[in-house]
Design a protein around this ligand. Sequence first.
Ligand SMILES: *Cc1c(COP(=O)(O)O)cnc(C)c1O
Ligand code: SF4
Length: 315
Amino acid sequence: MTQTPLSKLNQLCNALAIDPQDSGVCENEFPFKAPPDFINRIQPGQLDDPLLKQVLPVVEEAVIHSDFNRDPVGDLQANPSPSLIHKYHGRVLLMASPKCDIHCRYCFRRHFPYEQQINQRHWKKALQQISADNTIHEVILSGGDPFSLSETAVLGLIKEIERIEHIKTLRIHSRTPIVAPSKAPCGELLKWAQTSRLNKVLVLHCNHANELSQLTAELLQTYRQAGFHLLNQSVLLKGINDDSETLITLSHTLFAQGVLPYYLHQLDRVEGAAHFEVPNQEALALRQTLLEKLPGYLVPKLVKENAGEPHKTPL
Ligand SMILES: *Cc1c(COP(=O)(O)O)cnc(C)c1O
Ligand code: SF4
């Protein structure tokens, strides 16, 4: 199967035997997109499939809620230069790509003006700013998804970062190895990683154990062998992973593939995603069950990002 993401809703409906008429399907300004590897993990005909719900645009997205807005985490206020976000001590986030291989319906950046933010000229300026500030030890490549770039482009950027002496850690935030393992970078990048002086951290984004497969297991093992520490962040999503059994299975399955749970994010209140929100009381009850049922190292930190705060805040 080709690895070009599907971007036509009728392709998805056909592939999965879904009738667009009776399923609440509804296109909007944030277009549908999902890669074949991800679609292959969805049960055909099953409208409540936890993977399908993450990518299927539905009518609920058009409902306006006054507490949900277009920049819920204040990214546009913490933007010292295009493509750079500096909110937390010692680390900066560099937006490496305007694109993702998948469009997650709950994404907090679904309205972010990426295209104006990210290009090679902006990187150059961002790298100069990082070079000039030796309080920064860690650069986080984010996006969009940095692995939606070509391997050559990501590696070029990484080598620029490696040249800055005060940078000790390279962190990559990517969902690509989970949702599109057959197109994730695994050649030159891993060769570079084996000999680089930098600490290397890859923070994946997986919300449900069904997203993990033999393909992800093999890929993630190669990242580990090349020296990456593997962590995972998930978003708590109503009707997708908001029960303790699902979250427990997710932690165990991640660990079986060499990944430690890092964060479980309470949903950012972005316009169009209100139907995914799990009330705080329920979220806290879930955390309590995870604490009782899992070893401490498999319990993700339940956090909320509050605009203006200097760290992610425990719920
Ligand atoms: C989440 C985030 C980070 C990383 O925070 P950690 O707690 O170190 O994982 C860094 N910068 C920004 C802007 C972020 O949103
Ligand atoms: S991969 Fe991440 S940034 Fe991209 S749409 Fe999904 S949640 Fe948003």
